[in-house]
Design a protein around this ligand. Structure first.
Ligand code: JJ1
Length: 415
């Protein structure tokens, strides 16, 4: 019955929001305890040093063994040390927002939670906030009610910096989602997906038919398609700001932040890939995806599944028209099919097994045509200490299918 959430500044599940805004107002950092909250005996708080390879590896190992799984525990997110290096250290990151819990006697890391700074907008209200992510508790310590303690401690550390709002995503329903998106999947390597139980062979279909259905070309089709580089950032930011201004829940990025999020400095083994379409020196579109494999649990032949997730994108197509204008929508849909279609080509070349997207942004415009299918997972978005009217998640309330008409107003993509 949400014993913990009842004590927190969030909307109740049955609550109908009649006014948007902060829940608790008027606190200052001086009102917030300077010292960490008490923890169970035998455990201690630690601030992880993610500039240190050994400590990053400890976070990696905790999550590798104990982080989020799908409904029937077939797969678990396999975030890499390189991924944390990127996701947890954006411009303005703070060491004390990488919070761990160790066993006092052995020093073993058994829990983790993180915050990164983010400037968010909910419709016309801009706020300095954080994104909370990677809450993870060792499987042997579940039921000890550690999660509430971790959440209170990260809240305290964030409040000490005079920040009072947070955004977080969870697969489960808690009090109370501001929006819900659905996961969609585009198979790239059908035989692998079948082998590991990611997909099942539909009634009356053969494996060969499924392979044929999901064939991907070898060549990209977008005119002026090339890898995005640092020099593109000013133009990309301008385009992105215009694109995002039509959405209701967005994260604002400075040029420095956008560069961090989209331009992976590594030449190979990149976590994030970003492409632009350039015509006569003008960038008319960009699109990006990140790689986050699944560990395959209990499978004799496969250990990992290669998974890519659609990340941020923007296009000029249709931007001169209101968002729901039919001609603008058609132009954007055509363009997104090219751009995301080319991401599929690149991912196929990288050996990725499945390309995922949630029903956020304008994704409903291409999901069907590009042969994405609805998954069994949903992603609920939550705001801490802020009540907001519901935001469209891009799915029909009844059928739970992506809805081209009621397109999502969610712009943020959480890692
Ligand atoms: O990956 C997910 N589901 C897959 C695998 C399902 C295996 C059985 N449970 C899925 N596959 C169907 C693919 C099919 C291919 C052909 C076309 C039709 C579709 O549905 C799901 C998402 O759907 N992933 C998860 O459950 C992982 C957890 C998701 C929520 C976690 C959010 C936490 C984030 C914290 O910040």
């Amino acid at each position: 019955d949400y014993k913990f959430w009842k004590t927190q500044p969030v909307a109740r599940l049955d609550e109908k929001v009649d006014q948007e805004g902060e829940i608790n107002v008027g606190k200052t950092p001086a009102d917030v305890p300077a010292e960490p909250l008490p923890l169970l005996a035998d455990f201690e708080w630690v601030t992880m040093d993610l500039t240190d390879a050994a400590e990053t590896k400890q976070v990696y190992e905790l999550l590798y063994g104990h982080y989020v799984e799908d409904q029937d525990a077939t797969f678990r997110f396999a975030y890499s040390a390189e991924f944390f290096d990127w996701a947890l250290k954006p411009p303005g990151w703070r060491r004390d927002w990488h919070v761990g819990v160790r066993v006092k006697a052995s020093g073993k890391l058994v829990a983790f939670i993180s915050a990164v700074p983010a400037t968010l907008s909910v419709r016309d209200t801009e706020m300095k906030a954080v994104e909370i992510n990677f809450l993870c508790i060792h499987k042997k310590l579940r039921a000890k009610r550690l999660a509430p303690v971790l959440i209170r401690e990260i809240t305290r550390r964030v409040n000490r910096q005079n920040i009072w709002q947070a955004l977080y995503t969870v697969g489960k329903v808690l009090p109370s989602p501001v929006t819900t998106c659905r996961y969609y999947h585009r198979p790239l390597n059908w035989p692998n997906l079948l082998d590991v139980g990611f997909s099942v062979l539909p009634q009356g279909k053969t494996k060969a038919q499924m392979v044929a259905k999901y064939t991907i070309g070898l060549e990209t089709k977008t005119p002026g398609w090339r890898t995005a580089i640092k020099k593109d950032i000013p133009q990309m930011k301008e385009l992105f700001d215009r694109y995002q201004s039509r959405l209701e829940l967005v994260q604002h990025f400075t040029e420095e932040e956008l560069e961090h999020m989209l331009i992976d400095p590594h030449d190979t083994e990149k976590v994030v890939h970003c492409y632009v379409s350039e015509t006569e020196g003008r960038i008319t579109d960009f699109v990006s995806f990140y790689l986050l494999p699944f560990s395959v649990l209990d499978n004799a032949t496969h250990e990992k599944l290669g998974v890519a997730y659609l990340f941020y994108y923007a296009s000029e197509a249709g931007l001169d028209k209101p968002r729901f204008d039919p001609a603008g929508t058609k132009a954007l849909a055509d363009r997104l099919k090219l751009l995301v279609g080319d991401c599929l080509v690149v991912c196929k070349g990288l050996g990725v097994d499945v390309f995922n997207a949630v029903s956020s942004q304008d994704n409903a415009l291409f999901l069907q045509d590009l042969k994405f299918g609805g998954g069994d997972g949903f992603l609920n978005f939550y705001l801490f200490n802020y009540k907001a009217f519901p935001i469209a998640g891009g799915i029909d309330e009844k059928t739970k299918e992506a809805d081209v008409v009621k397109r999502s107003a969610v712009g943020v993509v959480m890692l």
